[in-house]
Design a protein around this ligand. Structure first.
Ligand code: ADP
Ligand code: MG
Length: 408
């Protein structure tokens, strides 16, 4: 049996016309000899009548403190509605099909409601239906605990569902269908000439996704990568080939000319972070101070980012909405924190960055020519991050996109 996982995002299932395009993709898979497993997200995006946020807002107008377990049950409904509509669409076109919830599909998670992690998949049920010749539709974004509680997987969780099923079923590929024609060199909403990439490595897209590129969830990439299952990002509304995600690095030059290799794959951005600076020059015991700062954050479950530790200064970022909480903890520990709210993290990502001199020089030059002040920077061998004022974010992304000639 040749299994193909096809995941369709919220905008792909939003209207009857679009669902007909989804059905066409499923039909092509069947025609090509695949047994398709179709993963669907809830219909539409924030504000739409059957979007998950709509349900939450509706209930929160009555009572804000909904228990997490019940909130997850509510949040799992969007995909059940979407899945039912999808199954009806496919059946009306003559497909033999069945809808399974995350739990019925064998997606077992921990009990971290709202952001549960898949711990294993028991695909027996899906396999039986596939062997009976059915197209299996699975509700994305949800699972079930060992004890039978319904859980949800956090934002972008349907991507994770698709990858987990792809691995469990040893699928030939995992196709993530969305409203753009593939992974682009930057978010097309802010860079007009962002270009579609034919190919990208798991590591590169994972970095881009972690740094804010919303096109796929980083966890989904990590799961597919473990078994080396090809991931493809494609468009529901066209026949464009999309982007292939594999472990291979694309050779952009002809033949064996390694100087032609791509250095930068793309640029990502994350707005709304606060930079926290904790001066430690005047403390009696710097080592203990450093320990206290990070222990304080960890105990409060605050995940810190962009960390820079020097003897006289500790710098890190947190999301804007938890900055006050972080500062209070620091004050209680006797530290005077200085904050710079409303910053943005801009990252350039590329497997070719390592060992290529001058990338940082080009980055700084582009930003300085655009009048963008760098508040902090860091790097790994595939990524260079800079922290800038949020007001400068779009300008910074556009300037870097131009500098590294990603649109040509
Ligand atoms: P879906 O509902 O199908 O899961 P998402 O909104 O999660 O769709 O992801 C698709 C969107 O991701 C695109 O519409 C695009 O605006 C955005 N996006 C951000 N960065 C990128 C990028 N580098 N490449 C492609 N799309 C991107
Ligand atoms: Mg998505």
């Amino acid at each position: 049996m040749r299994v193909l996982v096809q995941k369709f995002g919220g905008t792909s299932v939003a209207t009857a016309e679009r669902r007909a395009q989804v059905a066409a993709k499923v039909s092509e898979a069947v025609r090509d000899g695949y047994s398709p497993v179709v993963v669907v997200s809830a219909i539409g995006r924030t504000g739409d009548p059957y979007a998950t946020d709509t349900f939450i807002n509706m209930v929160k107008t009555i009572y804000t403190d909904i228990p997490k377990r019940e909130l997850d049950l509510l949040m799992s409904c969007g995909e059940v509605i979407s899945g039912t509509v999808m199954v009806s669409t496919l059946q009306s076109l003559g497909f033999d099909t069945v809808l399974l919830t995350g739990g019925q599909a064998g997606i077992i998670t921990n009990d971290c409601f709202g952001d549960a992690r898949i711990i294993r998949v028991e695909p027996k049920n899906i396999v039986e239906h596939l062997e009976a010749g059915k197209v299996v539709v699975v509700t994305g974004f949800q699972g079930i605990t060992e004890g039978g509680q319904v859980t949800t997987l956090g934002r972008g969780g349907s991507d994770t569902t698709a990858s987990a099923l792809g691995v469990a079923l040893n699928a030939e590929a995992i196709d993530i269908y969305t409203d753009v024609e593939g992974i682009m060199t930057a978010d097309p909403r802010i860079v007009e000439d962002a270009k579609i990439l034919d190919m990208i490595t798991y590591n590169e897209i994972c970095q881009l996704a972690h740094q804010g590129a919303k096109v796929i969830h980083p966890r989904a990439v990590e799961i597919a990568m473990q078994r080396n299952i090809p991931l493809r990002i494609k468009c529901t509304f066209s026949n464009a080939p999309g982007t292939l995600v594999t472990s291979m690095q694309p050779d952009m030059g002809a033949g064996t000319d390694i100087t032609g290799d791509r250095i930068i794959a793309g640029i990502a951005h994350t707005p709304n972070v606060t930079q926290i600076g904790v001066p430690t020059a005047d403390v009696d015991d710097v080592l203990t101070a450093h320990k206290q700062i990070f222990k304080g954050m960890a105990l409060a479950d605050i995940s810190v980012d962009f960390i820079s530790v020097q003897p006289e200064l500790v710098l890190y970022t947190v999301p804007d909405e938890i900055a006050n909480k972080a500062v209070k903890i620091l004050q209680n520990l006797g530290f005077n924190a200085v904050t710079v709210p409303s910053c943005a993290k801009v990252s350039i990502v590329g497997a070719g960055i390592a060992g290529v001199p001058g990338v940082m020089a080009d980055m700084v030059e582009a930003l300085s020519d655009a009048g963008v002040k760098v508040l902090q920077s860091a790097d790994s061998h595939t990524t260079i991050w800079v922290l800038v004022d949020k007001e400068d974010m779009v300008k910074a992304v556009q300037a870097l996109h131009r500098k590294f000639r990603l649109g040509v």
